[in-house]
Ligand binder design. Structure first.
Ligand SMILES: C[S@@+](CC[C@H](N)C(=O)[O-])C[C@H]1O[C@@H](n2cnc3c(N)ncnc32)[C@H](O)[C@@H]1O
Length: 445
């Protein structure tokens, strides 16, 4: 690795430009991501690469920003958010805007467009044939040009559609070889632009960042320092119409906001919505952390729990990147290769299971989950995933057993702590989810 001075300087600048405080203690990751760019530029000296950036090469900064940002997303992420949007928030906004027939919606950190396009699908369903009589500004913004190009293309691999039932896929997308292309009527509803959300904190934020009826800023601020994240959320409050709503991701929900923020959960909408009528305040009127934790369907970085784990972490990071980019066959190949090197890594077997689920192979997914659990009996998230798989396969007795194991293991843990592979879901939240699922099965533990 090059002299720490260059990496330190680069880190400071990356954090200042992108807000990604996340890199403060991730020198190795930042080095690897920027080294890829260094090699792409044909340079062999890291110091020379940092100097190039310090000379203000804006094109290279854009490329580096693409490389250091994390674009994990998928359609209809957090089903409870989408239930709230479909059943309460959007119908209320539509009713309130009947006279003007206009809606302004902003998806911040929209990545490959899965989030704003999910909104487009819901809006079309709600408005029906009326949709053409409405002026809908549905804006997706992101700092990364690369993801914005993907968003404009509207072409997705199975990974971005991993939680969408097959008949919905067929309804909203056209199949093109290994890809799904979002139908034109949904694509035409959104427009995408390069934005840096940090501009909200500048003395002169863009004038057009105002009057939004709905803002989604989910899984963007998790990479920021808590203080900056809070400042941005409070600034977003000023971008909302007086009766507008703001949705944050579940990890952002742990931030402490000013007293002006009214938290609303999707199960408590009617009461919380009463607060909308209150005199204007300079912060979000409605802020939605998910009420039910998102089930850990997606990949997450590995926990460093054994000697092998550092190597496994590198492999898993790469597997995750490939999967995020829709290259899930490459992700499967890499996972198989990592497993050959580390056949006793419970985490790798867990990832292997997810990838089998993506390729609709529940038999292999089940076998991989059982291997993960055999190797790590206390792997709570793997037990939960197995329970969900059993439910999906109609094997209720086994589903019940797995979910009861989740509850038993969860009881012995700190309820506030985050679960390995749980994407920020806490022990308590996963326990609550398992309890609900057991209740639905008629078997409250
Ligand atoms: C993890 S993705 C979240 C995607 C989507 N909102 C969701 O929840 O599924 C985070 C996105 O935020 C973008 N991002 C990161 N820093 C940003 C910034 N300073 N301004 C705007 N977008 C940013 C990244 O490029 C990335 O696409």
């Amino acid at each position: 690795m090059s002299a720490p001075g260059a990496l330190e300087r680069l880190k400071r600048e990356v954090v200042a430009r992108t807000g990604h405080h996340y890199y403060v203690d991730k020198d190795k990751l930042l080095y690897e991501r920027s080294r890829e760019r260094m090699l792409a530029r044909g340079l062999t000296s890291f110091d020379a690469y940092v100097s190039l950036l310090e000379q203000g090469d804006s094109e290279e900064w854009r490329r580096l920003e693409d490389a250091v940002t994390i674009g994990e997303t998928y359609f209809f992420r957090y089903p409870d958010h989408f239930s709230a949007l479909r059943e309460s928030v959007l119908p209320r906004l539509i009713a309130a805007r009947q006279n003007v027939k206009s809606l302004r919606i902003w998806s911040i950190g929209c990545s490959n467009g899965a989030e704003p396009y999910s909104i487009a699908i819901v809006l079309r369903e709600l408005l029906g044939v009326e949709v053409d009589n409405w002026r809908i500004a549905l804006i997706g913004g992101d700092i990364s040009e690369k993801v914005l190009s993907a968003a404009r293309a509207g072409r997705y691999g199975a990974w971005a559609l991993r939680t969408m039932p097959a008949d919905d896929r067929a309804r909203y997308f056209d199949r093109d070889d290994q890809s799904w292309v979002l139908k034109r009527e949904y694509r035409s509803m959104a427009r995408f632009e390069r934005q840096n959300i940090l501009r909200l904190l500048s003395p002169t934020p863009p004038l057009e960042w105002s009057g939004f009826d709905l803002i989604l800023c989910r899984n963007v601020l998790i990479y920021f320092s808590p203080q900056q994240a809070v400042e941005i959320v409070e600034a977003l409050g000023r971008c909302l119409a007086p009766d507008g709503a703001l949705f944050l991701g579940h990890a952002e929900a742990t931030l402490t906001f000013s007293t002006h923020v009214h938290a609303a959960t999707s199960t408590a909408l009617p009461t919380e919505f009463a607060q909308v009528a209150a005199p204007p305040v300079i912060a979000p009127r409605n802020y939605f952390p998910p009420s039910v934790p998102p089930l850990p369907l997606a990949l997450a970085p590995m926990q460093k729990s054994s000697n092998d784990a550092v190597v496994a972490t590198d492999g898993v990071d790469r597997i995750q990147q490939l999967a995020d980019a829709g290259a899930y066959e490459d992700a499967e190949r890499l996972c198989a290769e990592c497993l050959r090197q580390q056949p006793t890594s419970a985490q790798l077997h867990y990832y292997d299971a997810i990838l089998h689920q993506v390729s609709d192979d529940p038999v292999s997914a089940e076998a991989a989950l059982r291997r993960a659990i055999y190797l790590d009996r206390a792997f709570v998230v793997a037990h939960h995933r197995l329970g969900m798989l059993m439910l999906a396969l109609g094997r209720q007795a086994e589903a019940r057993r797995s979910l009861q194991t989740v509850l038993r293991l969860a009881e012995a843990l700190d309820q506030q702590s985050n679960l390995p592979e749980g994407r920020g879901v806490s022990v308590g939240e996963l326990g609550d989810a398992a309890r609900l699922q057991l209740a639905a099965l008629g078997a409250v533990a």
